[in-house]
Each structure stands twice: as structure tokens, then as C-alpha cells.
Ligand binder design. Structure first.
Ligand SMILES: Cc1cc2nc3c(=O)[nH]c(=O)nc-3n(C[C@H](O)[C@H](O)[C@H](O)COP(=O)(O)OP(=O)(O)OC[C@H]3O[C@@H](n4cnc5c(N)ncnc54)[C@H](O)[C@@H]3O)c2cc1C
Length: 402
């Protein structure tokens, strides 16, 4: 199920097509060529790496931004964004599992191209051709929904878009936006009718050079990941920059997240799989009390529980992708189950790997230490675990027919 180059697709064979196996080989070949030999943390090569004495690069956020742009072009040239273009959710799962194994930063680059291009696919129109350029790897996108005072409670957003002549004028600010400061275009959610709650939110494409738009500063994460704040002050966009109808922005955003939450699960599984592989490798080599760690049953138990949780997370993710790819209009419950279970399990799996590695597992820039920092955010972004549980619980109560 697990090898030096990533997770096998055999455990999820029921849910995939032959093309997914071929695509996996392409992604692995890309990672081998462009990211590293699979023996270290991947993106340490150029972003957020350490010096010869193991110290964290103090400039890692800047390095991550440069490396993210570089990866975008390389991934685009290699055709890695094709599943996003084709709406092939399982292809996206394959890409994220492999990329996250080799480089959480490359995984984030893929995720953000999906988040920024998919609203246009959902809405059925691509203002400015940005989504097409995004899936070609020619433009970097961002998805700007969250605000300082509006996180889980999206409907409380205060960014406004007011109709003015042949366009709209946006005022407000967004926070915790991936690719802020490096993106070429932004899918921005703003209230066109503040009294109407989620039905009053609309969605606009805002290029980075739009008048009244600015990058308001970086929010430096503990793992390499471009993140920051955006500001809109009298930012004017043409009416045809709107994705979907006025007031349909929330629906477009949620339909986008439906498709992408299973891919967050896949990213989590890629990171967890890598951590498990590192733990098994270490346990087989390291000797204490005259025996390898892997011969201790307490260590084996950690590995066994991790392998089981990892497989369960992958099955939930591929099952959700399979449902979408075979024509389900929405997969809200399946996506919420996959995201919440796999990201929580991945956190436990990476933590167990640190424990098996002992002190080595917390040395900065050991692959497992890097994964420990990278995996945490997945339980938060694109809807926290608690919000996924509200979705699942609410759906269960509503639809149980009693
Ligand atoms: C690395 C990273 C990248 C991100 N990228 C993007 C991006 O590209 N675009 C974007 O728009 N956003 C992005 N976000 C923002 C992310 O979506 C939000 O952080 C997330 O939705 C949670 O919002 P919040 O941080 O304001 O937390 P809050 O909403 O304040 O929640 C704090 C805690 O309270 C819990 N909580 C809230 N409401 C309830 C409730 N009703 N019941 C039970 N518990 C509740 C939450 O689950 C959480 O545990 C990113 C975040 C991170 C960390």
C-alpha cells in the first residue's frame, strides 16, 4: 500500500479508472524530476529550507512565494492541472495525494488552482479567461471568502459590492487568503444585498492589477504556504466580472467546496502516508534494547492504527470523488465526511510518526517535522472539522425520514 514514491492506488481500486493509474505515474515522474528524490521533504530544496546547521530559513515565507510561482509553471507545463480543467475529481485526488507526499507546498499550489478555477466551471463562464489560464499554469489564482470577522460564519462578511453604472464597486478586506500577494487573479465573494444573508452574496473575478485592489500584507504560517490579507477600496470591476447571477455567489462557493473538500482529504492522506512511510523506515532501522523498534509490539500498534486510519480516509475521499464523477449534482455529505475524517486522522498519523522517530521527529526540517507543521491547517481551511460535523449532523437529522 505504501512505497518510497507514494501511496498505491490498489486500496481504492474500486473507485478509479485506468486513466487515474496512468495519471499517477505522470505525477510521480514530475515529483521525481522537479521536487526531489523522495528521500527528503521535497519543497525544502527551494522554500523554507534550512542551512547546513539545520536552522530554519528566516526568509522562508518569501522563499515559499518564489517557489510557489516556480512550481505553478512547472506543474502547468507537465499538464498536472488537467483534472481540474476536466472536472475529474478523482484525478485531483490522485494529484494531491502524490504532491502532498513529496511537497506540501506543491500540494497547496495545486489546491489553489483548483479553488480559483472551479468557480468558473461551476458558474459556466470564465470572465477574462482567467480560469483557462489557471489550469494551463499560466496564471496563479486565489479564492477570497474569509474575513477577519467572518470565518466559519461566511454570511456575516462585510465586504460590499455596489452596482455603479456598467459595473460594481467593491469595498472591504479579506484575511487568511492563500496566494495573497502572488496571485494574478482573485475570486472574491462580496455582499451585493447585505440584508439577504447567504442569498445576498455574489462572486467576482478581480485581477491583481485592478484599481482599488491591494495586497495588504502577509500572514506568515508555520509551514511554507503563501497566505495574507487583501484590501478593496473603491475597487471597480465590470458587471461581466461576476461569476453566476447576482446573489448566487454563496451557492457557487459551496458547490466549489463540495468538489474540493475530498481533495483536501487526499492531500491529508498524502502527508499522512509519507509520515507513516518515514516511521516504518525508521522503526525497521533503529535499534534500542538490542532490537529494532519495529519488533516492539507497542510500536507496531502505532503503525497498524495509522495504516488503518489512512486507508479509511482514502476510501472516504475516493468514494466522494467517484460519486461526483459519476454525475451526482452535490456530494456535500460525502465531502464533509471525507474531509473531516481524513484530516483529523492525518494529524494523528503524523503525530504518531513523530513519536516513533523520537527526538529526530522534532528536528526542524526533518520530513516528519515539516509534515507536522504542514498538516495542521488542513483541519481548518475550506471549513473546519466542526463545520463539517455540523453539515453531516444537520443532513442526517434533516434527511433521516423519521
Ligand atoms: C492555511 C490556511 C489557508 C487558508 N486559505 C484560505 C483561502 O484561500 N481563502 C479563504 O477564503 N479562506 C482561507 N482560509 C481561512 C479558513 O477557511 C478559515 O480559517 C476557516 O473557515 C475558519 O475560520 P476562522 O479561522 O475565522 O475561525 P472561526 O470561524 O472563528 O472558528 C474558530 C473555532 O470555532 C469553531 N466554530 C465556529 N463556529 C462554530 C459552530 N457553529 N459550532 C461549533 N464550532 C464552531 C471552529 O470550528 C473553530 O474551531 C485559510 C486558512 C488557513 C489556516
Amino acid at each position: 500500500m505504501i512505497s518510497r514514491e507514494g501511496l498505491s492506488l490498489d486500496p481504492v481500486a474500486t473507485f478509479i479508472e485506468p486513466r487515474h493509474r496512468e495519471f499517477r505515474e505522470r505525477v510521480v515522474a514530475f515529483c521525481r524530476e522537479e521536487i526531489g528524490d523522495g528521500g527528503d521533504a521535497g519543497d525544502g530544496r527551494a522554500a523554507g529550507g534550512s542551512d547546513s546547521r539545520g536552522r530554519r530559513d528566516p526568509d522562508s515565507d518569501a522563499a515559499a512565494r518564489v517557489r510557489a510561482r516556480e512550481l505553478l509553471g512547472l506543474m502547468g507545463s507537465a499538464g498536472l492541472f488537467e483534472p481540474i480543467r476536466d472536472g475529474d475529481v478523482r484525478g485531483c485526488l490522485v494529484a494531491r495525494e502524490v504532491l502532498a507526499w513529496w511537497s506540501p507546498l506543491a500540494d497547496a499550489v495545486f489546491a489553489l488552482q483548483g479553488l480559483s478555477a472551479t468557480p468558473a466551471l461551476v458558474a459556466g463562464r470564465d470572465p477574462g479567461g482567467w480560469a483557462a489560464r489557471a489550469v494551463a499554469g499560466e496564471a496563479m489564482g486565489a479564492f477570497a471568502m474569509t474575513e477577519r470577522e467572518a470565518g466559519s460564519d461566511v454570511a456575516s462578511m462585510t465586504t460590499r459590492a455596489v452596482r455603479d453604472g456598467d459595473g460594481y464597486v467593491l469595498d472591504g478586506a479579506k484575511s487568511f487568503i492563500s496566494n495573497a500577494g502572488v496571485a494574478d487573479f482573485h475570486v472574491v465573494f462580496a455582499a451585493t444585498d447585505p440584508e439577504a444573508g447567504t442569498r445576498g452574496i455574489s462572486c467576482f473575478v478581480v485581477p491583481a492589477d485592478a484599481d482599488g485592489f491591494e495586497f495588504a500584507g502577509a500572514q506568515v504560517m508555520s509551514a511554507p504556504h503563501p497566505l495574507g490579507e487583501l484590501r478593496f477600496e473603491g475597487c471597480r470591476v465590470k458587471a461581466d466580472a461576476m461569476l453566476g447571477d447576482e446573489g448566487a455567489g454563496f451557492k457557487t462557493g459551496m458547490a466549489t467546496l463540495d468538489r474540493l473538500r475530498p481533495t483536501v482529504a487526499a492531500g491529508a492522506c498524502g502527508m499522512a502516508g509519507r509520515a507513516l512511510w518515514e516511521a516504518v523506515r525508521h522503526a525497521r532501522r533503529r535499534e534500542q534494547f538490542g532490537r529494532t523498534l519495529s519488533s516492539f509490539q507497542l510500536v507496531q500498534e502505532k503503525l497498524a492504527v495509522s495504516a488503518t486510519e489512512l486507508t479509511a480516509g482514502r476510501l472516504l475521499a475516493y468514494r466522494a470523488g467517484w460519486e461526483k464523477d459519476r454525475g451526482a449534482e452535490r456530494i456535500t455529505m460525502e465531502a464533509a465526511m471525507a474531509k473531516s475524517f481524513a484530516t483529523e486522522a492525518a494529524q494523528r498519523i503524523v503525530d504518531r510518526a513523530v513519536q516513533v522517530l523520537g527526538g529526530r521527529g522534532v528536528v526542524a526540517d526533518h520530513p516528519v517535522d515539516r509534515l507536522y507543521r504542514a498538516v495542521r491547517a488542513l483541519r481548518i481551511y475550506e471549513g473546519t472539522t466542526e463545520i463539517q460535523h455540523l453539515i453531516i449532523g444537520g443532513g442526517l437529522v434533516r434527511d433521516s425520514g423519521q
